[in-house]
Design a protein around this ligand. Structure first.
Ligand SMILES: [Zn+2]
Length: 200
């Protein structure tokens, strides 16, 4: 497939753990283009997102995806993203996680062989993990593994959904005072509360 040029995925990059960033490829856009957007609808937009987040993947994994992704793979990434959002929502709301969403994550984790190994980076340093057999779905598998780490690990207790007006993003509350996905959402929420108080 063709790696996109300048145009990005449009999805937010909040510096969240990889699984959260991936879940946030379903996002609200403000202004004239407003509404909910999905960054995983075309191979180009998926490739743009993978390019933007390549450094968050195990070495070589994003490159293998960008070199070998087929259009038919896009719905698999979108299904994993939807499953991650479903599990995130259940966790935040204290509800029972959906069995089907768990199955999607586990199937994606097994979609490509992941063989731990040491490799030498371009700068001569070592990387702890690489893909022994570059596989386009190694990125799908790595995203599922990141989700399994998050939902099964300590970040699980810190996962939050943003309460900003119209916002559909999740974030990990990495600071006791953090209440929003971004400063922009915090400001919009304060403005909305102000107008609510001074209405009528
Ligand atoms: Zn937000």
């Amino acid at each position: 497939m063709i790696i996109p040029k300048a145009e990005g995925s449009g999805a937010p990059a909040l510096g969240e753990p990889l699984a959260v960033e991936f879940g946030n490829t379903y996002f609200a856009v403000r202004g004239t283009r407003g509404g909910i957007h999905d960054a995983l609808v075309t191979p180009e937009s998926l490739a743009a997102w993978l390019t933007e987040h390549a450094d968050a993947f195990p070495a070589g994994v994003a490159d293998a995806a960008l070199a070998g992704l087929r259009p038919a793979d896009v719905p698999r990434f979108a299904a994993l993203r939807d499953a991650i959002r479903s599990l995130s929502r259940a966790l935040v709301d204290g509800e029972t996680p959906d069995d089907a969403a768990i199955a999607v994550v586990n199937e994606a984790a097994a979609a490509a062989p992941r063989v731990p190994r040491l490799a030498v980076r371009g700068d001569g340093g070592l990387v702890a993990y690489d893909v022994a057999d570059p596989h386009p779905l190694a990125a799908l598998s790595a995203l599922a593994a990141a989700a399994i780490d998050m939902f099964g690990g300590e970040d699980r207790a810190l996962l939050r959904s943003c309460g900003g007006p119209g916002c559909v993003l999740f974030y990990v509350k990495n600071h006791p005072r953090r209440g929003w996905c971004s400063a922009g959402c915090g400001n919009r929420a304060r403005v909305a509360r102000y107008h609510e108080r001074h209405k009528g």
